[in-house]
Design a protein around this ligand. Structure first.
Ligand SMILES: NC(=O)c1ccc[n+]([C@@H]2O[C@H](COP(=O)([O-])OP(=O)(O)OC[C@H]3O[C@@H](n4cnc5c(N)ncnc54)[C@H](OP(=O)(O)O)[C@@H]3O)[C@@H](O)[C@H]2O)c1
Length: 305
């Protein structure tokens, strides 16, 4: 089933398929297509001339490729999947256990003709991780073609409205973590999207996990020093005890269960779990990932001061 021969296909963006690496019949559904990574996946699919549809809870009346999809409204799933053969999948965000909604969705997608799922996961999650690791296993076992994307921490955390790091910078000129001097290979969401688009469109199914990092691992102290240098505004990093960090997140509106997860992640950073880089971006896309300094410079206006 291709976009051009179904009624649902009328709502796809057209594809010119000029790039021979793109399967001629490819038609991608981008779940979370207005989010940090999804919006960039959509932009890059559009730039490649690939057929796509994006799905969120609030479809836009101005964009016929933007359809309704709510993880917690199963009646929205099959209409969003009509005519689709591959999916960029962001599981429900901030939900401790997404498996009860993810598993039936993956079965339905397979039944509906989806062959490939590209799952956005995290560098901190492996197949052995309780609960979330099961999402990796389900995608690997249920789909003939798949990729598990495991990005490290997004550079966009420093500027995206509502993220505790961006809000700390904006309101107090300070980042609070429990990460100590642990280092993180912050990665630009544009580079994650570039890997996602290749994982969606390349003829050969990836069928691999891809740990996606920026070019260098930085401590939060090093990150704020770069921000201060580029913006000319002094900013600080304050590392606190684990309990104090979780309390700080809860005080800033993060649900307690999710705050505890984020606390454990910072503990891992402090202990060195994220202190590494990979060559995935250059291997998959052919170009080097952007550095944190380049990101801050390019997004100077999004930083306070
Ligand atoms: N931030 C990091 O450093 C980092 C690092 C590694 C991995 N990750 C992973 O990245 C994922 C988040 O990806 P992202 O940052 O690209 O997303 P995001 O910016 O948080 O956007 C979420 C998207 O999902 C949609 N959405 C929210 N609730 C929905 C629901 N119930 N049903 C359907 N759609 C819904 C939103 O649109 P509507 O609200 O309009 O529906 C939006 O398009 C998480 O799984 C996180 O674990 C993050």
């Amino acid at each position: 089933m291709t976009p051009s021969n179904t009624e649902a296909g009328q709502r796809y963006r057209s594809a010119d398929h000029s790039d021979q690496s793109i399967q001629a019949s490819a038609s991608a559904l981008v779940i979370g297509g207005t989010g940090t990574t999804g919006s960039r996946v959509v932009a890059q699919l559009r730039a490649e001339g690939a057929a796509y549809r994006l799905a969120t809870r609030s479809p836009s009346a101005d964009d016929s490729a933007h359809v309704a999809f709510d993880w917690f409204a199963p009646e929205t799933h099959l209409p969003a999947l009509a005519g689709v053969d591959r999916v960029y999948l962001i599981a429900p965000v901030g939900v401790a256990n997404p498996i009860p909604v993810l598993e039936p969705f993956l079965h339905a997608a397979r039944e509906a003709g989806v062959r490939r799922v590209v799952l956005l996961s995290s560098s901190a999650v492996t197949e052995d991780t309780p609960v979330l690791g099961q999402a990796h296993r389900l995608v690997r076992e249920l789909l003939p073609e798949w990729a598990i994307l495991r990005p490290s921490w997004f550079m966009q955390n420093f500027i995206d409205a509502g993220h505790p790091i961006a809000e700390g910078l904006r309101t107090r000129g300070e980042i609070v973590t429990a990460a100590g001097t642990g280092r993180v290979p912050f990665v630009d969401a544009a580079d994650i999207a570039a890997v996602a688009v290749r994982s969606l469109l390349d003829v050969d199914p990836p069928n691999v996990e891809r740990v996606i990092t920026g070019p260098e691992a930085l401590s939060y102290d090093q990150a704020v020093a770069i921000i201060a240098e580029v913006t000319g505004r002094p900013v600080a990093h304050r590392s606190v005890e684990d309990d104090a960090f979780v309390a700080h997140l809860v005080a800033n509106g993060i649900p307690a269960e999710f705050a505890a997860v984020l606390g454990r992640l910072d503990q891992g950073i402090r202990q060195g779990s994220e202190d590494r880089t990979t060559s995935v971006v250059v291997e998959v896309t052919g170009r080097q990932p952007g550095s944190f300094r380049e990101f801050v410079t390019a997004n100077r206006a999004a930083f306070p001061g």
